[in-house]
Design a protein around this ligand. Structure first.
Ligand code: ATP
Ligand code: MG
Length: 367
């Protein structure tokens, strides 16, 4: 297999649409790298530049040590699976899978051997003589993946391949693609806007927003140590809560104040404030780090606006005077909506962000 390197890659469409800005990262050999971010953030553009389907405005892309900017797509040894898998409707599954190899003039016996081996891996051997319209969505998706596998490419690119499937099938295909990765020892670059898909599949996740890379990390680091407010809000459901606070000095030690509430900062969070010039700071806290019904330190009085029971836990949508936030409750007796409630912020798990740039000021202690 192979590793990929993107060096300061920028894409400007039609002279003025800046779709990707100086993407600079490595995709290690045999890694499962996921590009994730909201619609329009440049995910497909990056993938298409790697595949050679889109010109690179600035920067370089390498496979291993070879610069591929000027190599035509068909010579790049990369196979791409698209969202709308576009199978040829008049061809059988076998012919759909064999087509790319036939174009490249592979011997018939070799084609047959490769198609059969790929069909075996994907459990579609019994479907080889059917046409796409007689297949389910999941089976069609497998054929599309099969078309890529038979090529034995150095790198697989997947562009939102599961978005046409229903929820159950998505979970199943997700597992199958992960298994495929283990089995082929392939280098995979996988695009999705679904953070759950990214977290469950990727060993390296590249978070993008508005054409810019926000953070590159493994799933645990992204969740526990988000580099900025965007990542904190994008990774995790429901997202991290953000509250605008200001710093006040309480007999020498800084604490945070919002509305008429005060929360204390541990030494680690206190030291993170050193880099700030003003007294404003954004507090970030995840729903599971807000505990219900405990009086005492760092407690906040709130009103329950909405309760979402989810079986083993419930989400409470809370409101203070000016702030809304979500808490996760594992209580059996979930508070009713419209009731007043005291919650505690677990400040050992809190994050602080710069009030203007949204950059993280701290990497909180996680236990
Ligand atoms: N051919 C094009 N000409 C001009 N602008 C384009 C073109 N293709 C994409 N763009 C713009 O470039 C930006 C990035 O598009 P891209 O398709 O890479 O986003 P994406 O992250 O894949 O989004 P989605 O999740 O919706 O597929 C968007 O603002 C889009 O409108
Ligand atoms: Mg896209």
């Amino acid at each position: 297999m192979a590793h990929l390197t993107l060096k300061d890659v920028t894409k400007i469409y039609d002279g003025d649409v800046l779709a990707v800005e100086q993407a600079d990262f490595q995709i290690p050999d045999e890694s499962f790298t996921v590009l994730v971010g909201p619609s329009g953030c440049g995910k497909s553009t990056i993938l298409r530049m790697i595949a050679g389907l889109e010109e690179i405005t600035e920067g370089d892309i390498y496979i291993d040590d070879e610069r591929i900017n000027d190599i035509p797509p068909k010579d790049r040894d990369i196979a791409m699976v698209f969202q709308n898998y576009a199978l040829y409707p008049h061809m059988t599954v076998y012919k759909n899978m064999a087509f790319g190899l036939k174009l490249r003039k592979y011997p018939k016996a070799e084609i047959e051997q490769r198609v059969k081996a790929a069909a075996e891996i994907l459990s579609i051997s019994h479907l080889l003589n059917r046409k796409p319209k007689h297949l389910s969505g999941g089976e069609r998706q497998r054929v599309a993946v099969g078309r890529a596998i038979v090529r034995h490419p150095k790198v697989f690119l997947f562009d939102e391949p599961l978005s046409n499937l229903d929820a159950k099938l998505r979970v199943q295909m997700r597992m199958e693609i992960s298994r495929l990765h283990d089995r082929l020892n392939a280098t995979i670059v996988y695009v999705t806007h679904d953070q759950v898909e990214a977290m469950t599949m990727g060993d390296q996740i590249v978070v993008l927003n508005e054409g810019k890379i926000q953070q590159i990390a493994d799933p645990g680091t992204l969740y526990h140590k988000p580099a900025n407010q965007f990542v904190g809000g994008f990774i995790g459901t429901p997202p991290m809560n953000f509250i605008k606070t200001h710093i006040v000095n309480n007999s020498g030690a800084p604490i945070l104040e919002f509305e008429n509430f005060k929360v204390e900062l541990n030494a680690h969070l206190q030291s993170a404030l050193n880099t700030l010039s003003g007294d404003a700071v954004t507090l970030g806290i995840r729903p599971e780090d807000i505990h219900i019904g405990e009086n005492g330190k760092n407690s906040v009085g709130a009103q329950v606006e909405l309760v979402e029971p989810l079986g083993n836990h419930a989400l409470l949508y809370l409101r203070t005077g000016e702030n809304n936030f979500v808490a996760q409750s594992d209580l059996v007796d979930v508070p009713q909506h419209n009731t007043p409630l005291t919650v505690n912020f677990n400040m050992d798990k809190a994050h602080l962000f710069h009030p203007e740039t949204g950059e993280s000021l701290t990497v909180p202690t996680r236990h």
